[in-house]
Design a protein around this ligand. Structure first.
Ligand code: BGC
Length: 502
């Protein structure tokens, strides 16, 4: 009898232990689900909230155009006052200098929006030239250009001046469409004698020294400007360009009389491309989480580029890493906390996108990435599903905010169907013109979910009737091909420097 009693009590104890474990593990699971819920709530982008972001973007654009420093949006003048029409003819060149490599391009235009099939050559810049004398750097570049021209079927000796678009991705104060002063070097460059000097002039002198009859027709200091040029070349209704890659930014075609901070600005077209530097946009309507706050505080540029930190490829993976880390600390669902989860940028956005888009039933790609990249092996399927959900929440917010940014631009220029930010007309009164936006960058072109969420949000914000007049065109290589097109539209045979300050 006693034995039986003992057996029963042992059985009860084991059962209690099992139940206890289950309760404990359910509690942990609930905690993790709680973290996800909190994330979802703080990333909420209802259409109402997105419309507030749209309005804030349009208002900030006005403020940035009204006075220097009037907004976190810099709204930089580019002096690009005409964009390619597609009727350009001839051979045009571009030089793209911005990293450790530089590229030279040649494009032959046949009029009638002919297909673009540029010849491109890329070369590394010898390390000693990045920190030496500016003359040596530009002589080296001029020699490469000379050889490039020689190799093509465009004669070096030709008396016809060749036109060059020069993309120079460093902080520059632009002074005209073809000139600008270097503020400082970034990346691996440190050529002291160049700081404070005019950049296009330095290249022009080197070209002359080399005996190359080539004119720097355009100095392009921002990749978005090349993107809008490329967009306009292919589609005359292009009014704006957006880049969503490692970083994010937008530029658009603005009337000069709206650029109040530059009184008396007169261009032949009556318009100019404005580089918004929208990565720095900020509004209290942006849905910010504790992860964004931590990411910003630990970044090398706190309080800067707030919009970019929620949208661009540089950061999305890292937001996801931070959420997984929080979950891992709150429960053992991911096993012992992996040290890799503490490493900033251990999870890159393309890898995160691969997890998000894993459509295998067992989420094997998610399992592989968690193991190989974050050192989190063998987690149950339900935890892998959770990871996919985190990626989804973070990417959906990013894409929807980017869409709100685009509509903000459309609103500013009266192309959102509402009649502008001061207009009181109802949507149905407005005859909406076809409007195209050129988009470039890996997040949009290579991340299907991101692209779909962005389109979905455009439809929601604008309403389908208006949205069907808005076309998104993908462009490729604005900083190269776009620069050569700008050289064409600003070539001396066409309109040159028509900008006056009266
Ligand atoms: C830079 C912009 C650039 C964008 C896209 C941002 O981080 O501030 O100037 O246009 O990235 O490349």
């Amino acid at each position: 009898m006693g034995k039986v009693v003992l057996g029963v009590s042992v059985g009860v104890a084991v059962a209690a232990l099992v139940v206890g474990r289950r309760v404990k593990s359910r509690k942990k699971w609930n905690r993790v689900v709680g973290v996800l819920k909190e994330l979802e709530e703080s990333c909420e982008t209802t259409v109402g909230r997105l419309r507030q972001v749209v309005d804030a973007m349009a208002v900030e654009m006005h403020a940035g155009l009204a006075s220097e420093g009037g907004s976190k949006l810099k709204m930089l003048l580019t002096f690009v006052d005409n964009l390619p029409s597609g009727s350009e003819k001839g051979i045009f060149y571009a030089l793209d200098l911005g990293g450790t490599n530089f590229r030279v391009l040649r494009v032959e235009l046949g009029g009638q929006r002919s297909d673009l099939d540029p010849d491109v050559e890329q070369q590394p810049i010898p390390e000693q030239l990045m920190t030496g004398r500016s003359e040596d750097l530009f002589d080296f570049i001029a020699s490469s250009l000379y050889r490039f021209v020689e190799k093509g079927n465009d004669s070096v000796q030709s008396p016809v001046t060749k036109e060059l678009g020069f993309t120079f991705s460093f902080p520059v104060k632009q002074t005209s469409v073809s000139s600008g002063v270097l503020i400082k070097w970034t990346k691996a460059f440190a050529i002291n004698d160049m700081v404070g000097k005019e950049v296009a002039g330095a290249l022009q002198q080197a070209l002359t020294r080399k005996g190359l009859n080539m004119r720097v027709a355009v100095l392009q200091v921002n990749d978005t400007v090349g993107t809008i040029a490329l967009g306009r070349y292919h589609d005359e209704d292009t009014v704006a360009a957006v880049i969503i890659g490692t970083g994010t930014n937008a530029c658009y075609w603005e009337r000069t009389d709206a650029i109040i901070k530059c009184q008396g600005l007169v261009t032949t077209s009556g318009s100019m491309v404005v580089n918004m530097e929208w990565g720095n946009f900020w509004s209290s309507h942006l849905p910010r989480t504790s992860y964004d706050i931590e990411l910003d505080a630990e970044s090398p540029n706190p309080n800067d580029q707030g919009f970019e930190k929620m949208i661009s490829g540089m950061y999305l993976g890292d937001i996801v890493r931070r959420v997984i880390l929080r979950m891992s600390e709150e429960s053992d669902i991911f096993g012992p906390v992996s040290f890799r989860l503490y490493m900033p940028f251990a999870l890159r956005t393309p890898v995160m996108a691969a997890m998000h888009e894993d459509d295998s039933p067992e989420l094997m790609e998610v399992a592989r990435i968690l193991k190989d990249v974050l050192d989190i092996p063998d987690i149950p399927l339900k935890a892998r599903k959770l990871v996919v959900k985190i990626c989804d929440v973070v990417t959906r917010r990013a894409a929807r905010l980017a869409a709100a940014g685009i509509v903000g631009i459309l609103k500013k220029i009266g192309r959102d169907g509402s009649g502008g930010i001061t207009g009181g007309r109802s949507r149905s009164d407005v005859k909406m013109r076809r409007t195209a936006v050129a988009v470039e960058g890996s997040l949009y072109t290579q991340y299907t979910m991101f692209r779909e969420y962005l389109h979905e949000a455009l439809n929601e914000i604008l309403g389908e009737d208006i949205a069907r007049h808005v076309v998104i065109n993908v462009t490729e290589d604005g900083s190269g091909t776009g620069a050569s097109l700008l050289a064409a539209s600003h070539s001396s045979s066409g309109t040159v420097d028509n900008i006056q300050l009266v």
